[in-house]
Design a protein around this ligand. Structure first.
Ligand SMILES: [Zn+2]
Length: 273
């Protein structure tokens, strides 16, 4: 996951008016009967793709050629499943953030494996249900904005790539694994929750990142060899530039690898991580 800028004036055409109409109709309905459609209209999907690329904004896997991707609500619109920190209280369901159903800042593009609940192997080989679904954990549950329309008081534990800088909370290892970054010696709570709920360390994703890492490292090796021998790195340098483009897959991981092995060459090569 990388930080991406969502320009203030980027709201897709018609979303504000149509979203407002939809919300007005739903206010009189009981929660179960509310059906949200405007958030996933073609202009919304197109705008998300145009701004952030055809990739999942959570795991950075490419959607292009494999799936259309889910227009995902950062704050769930229908309901929220809350798991209290103490096991003495059972998980329970509370109403969702229905008033944010068609709000542009609440919409992200995600792959189905990050977004939908499905049994998948995690990093340790153990299968568990992975996917954001209706989870939206907070640092302090007592501050949840249930129907109060005030969300600023909340401290979400899931990283939002348009608000947080994921690099402050996640750290990638050379083999593609991801861990919560230590902050003052303590793993980032946002990093831990995002890895757990979004499945950022799920087995198949680790394999994909590892494969990507092999390509990046090959380009790094070839580029460094060329520099040592006084040759033009040519296509290998072009590959490194491409790996760092924000709309490419696994950019956070590419940045880590390129910085680790090439930090002394970055300025001379005009690369920025
Ligand atoms: Zn994903």
């Amino acid at each position: 996951m990388i930080k991406v800028d969502r320009p203030r004036d980027s709201t897709p055409p018609d979303l504000i008016l149509k979203g407002r109409d939809e919300l007005r109709k739903h206010l009189t309905l009981e929660p179960k009967k509310r059906v949200f459609k405007e958030y996933s209209s073609e202009p919304v999907r197109k705008k998300l793709t145009e701004l952030f690329g055809r990739k999942c904004m959570f795991c950075e896997s490419l959607l292009a050629g494999t799936q259309s991707g889910d227009v995902e609500h950062y704050r769930p619109k229908g309901k929220v499943v809350v798991y209290p920190k103490t096991t003495a209280v059972a998980a329970h369901v509370i109403p969702g953030y229905f008033w944010l159903g068609a709000k542009w800042p609440n919409l992200l593009l995600a792959c189905s494996d990050c977004n939908r609940p499905r049994t998948q192997d995690d990093f340790d080989g153990n299968a568990r249900v992975i996917g954001k679904a209706n989870f939206f954990p907070l640092a302090d549950e007592t501050k949840r904005a249930i129907g109060t329309w005030r969300v600023r008081q909340e401290e979400p534990l899931l990283l939002n790539p348009c608000i947080d800088d994921p690099a402050e909370h996640l750290v990638f290892l050379e083999d593609g694994r991801v861990q919560a970054r230590l902050i003052d010696g303590v793993p980032s709570a946002k990093g831990e929750a995002s890895i757990y709920y979004l499945g950022l360390a799920r087995a198949e994703l680790l394999q994909m990142r590892a494969r990507h890492g092999r390509m990046v490292r090959a380009a790094i090796r070839h580029t460094i060899s060329a520099l040592k021998e006084g040759r033009d790195p040519g296509a290998d340098l072009e590959d490194l530039e491409a790996f760092l483009m924000p709309k490419e897959p696994y950019v956070a991981f590419s940045r880590m690898l390129i910085y680790k092995y090439m930090r002394q060459h970055l300025a001379a090569l005009g690369l920025s991580v």
